[in-house]
Design a protein around this ligand. Structure first.
Ligand code: SF4
Ligand code: SF4
Length: 86
């Protein structure tokens, strides 16, 4: 299956306090909390393919962790869906 990205984000993970407000704010549902931790020992978001560059994450984050970039042309990703083993 293919997923289109119209933008991307840069995330200042060291500033993130792990509040997770950005996760439901992202309507395309392309942010998820990482299993990795920053220097404060806190989980931070990571980006999956499909960002629209909508700025919602930038607007909701209380710690100004996001920079949003818009692509001139959409980028198409081929995504492999894995079935759950359970
Ligand atoms: S710019 Fe929009 S689509 Fe992209 S990660 Fe942020 S909230 Fe999600
Ligand atoms: S809203 Fe900002 S501080 Fe909260 S988890 Fe997302 S990036 Fe981190």
């Amino acid at each position: 299956m293919s997923v289109v990205s119209r933008g991307t984000v840069r995330i200042a993970t060291e500033r993130c306090k792990g509040c997770e407000l950005c996760i439901p704010a992202c309507k395309p549902n392309v942010l998820r909390m990482s299993t990795r931790r920053n220097g404060q020992g806190l989980a931070y978001p990571e980006l999956l393919p499909g960002c629209t560059g909508c700025n919602a994450c930038l607007l909701v984050c209380p710690d100004f962790c996001f920079e949003v970039y818009h692509f001139d042309e959409p980028v198409i990703h081929d995504v492999v869906l894995r079935e759950s083993t359970r």
